[in-house]
Write a protein that binds this ligand. Structure first.
Ligand code: ZN
Length: 150
């Protein structure tokens, strides 16, 4: 389980579907990831206080096959507990934050979109909490998320 309670990265409304298992990509190191199926331009919020460590927002391309993986925009945040959260598929120029910015829980950090590898889900926000075990960009494993329900 995650070391802290995380807030939902999106305001949950009846039109938004939250699913752990619809994406066939959520296996192996991504097995604890969650998707929020939502229209483009939905505000995204930091799930916990932290520091922005990476932002990609220059892509306007998405699709259903792995080929599109490299076109995915995202924001990644490091938290004081050693865990990281990531917000993927954001729209082009859809980040309101930049590397090294400090963010607070619930702060709007960007807007959802449909960039990268969408795996047949259409526009959605991919979210996960992970820990690194090595130096490589993919040397991490997702952890089961404890949600702050308020
Ligand atoms: Zn996903």
């Amino acid at each position: 389980m995650s070391n802290n309670f995380y807030s939902y990265p999106i305001k949950l409304t009846p039109s938004i579907r939250m699913t752990y298992t619809d994406s066939r990509v959520h296996v192996g190191r991504l097995k604890n990831a969650v998707d929020f199926i939502t229209r483009k331009n939905t505000p995204i919020m930091a799930a916990l206080d932290g520091t922005v460590v990476d932002v990609k927002q220059d892509s306007d391309t998405g699709g259903d096959t792995e080929y599109y993986d490299k076109f995915g925009n995202y924001i990644e945040i490091r938290h004081p507990n050693g865990e990281y959260s990531i917000y993927e598929h954001i729209k082009k120029d859809g980040s309101l934050v930049k590397k090294r910015d400090k963010v607070k829980t619930g702060q709007i950090i960007g807007y959802s979109g449909a960039t990268g590898w969408l795996a047949g889900l259409g526009p959605h926000l991919h979210f996960d909490v992970h820990k690194y075990f090595g130096e490589g960009p993919e040397d991490y494993e997702t952890v089961e998320i404890s949600w702050q329900r308020d």
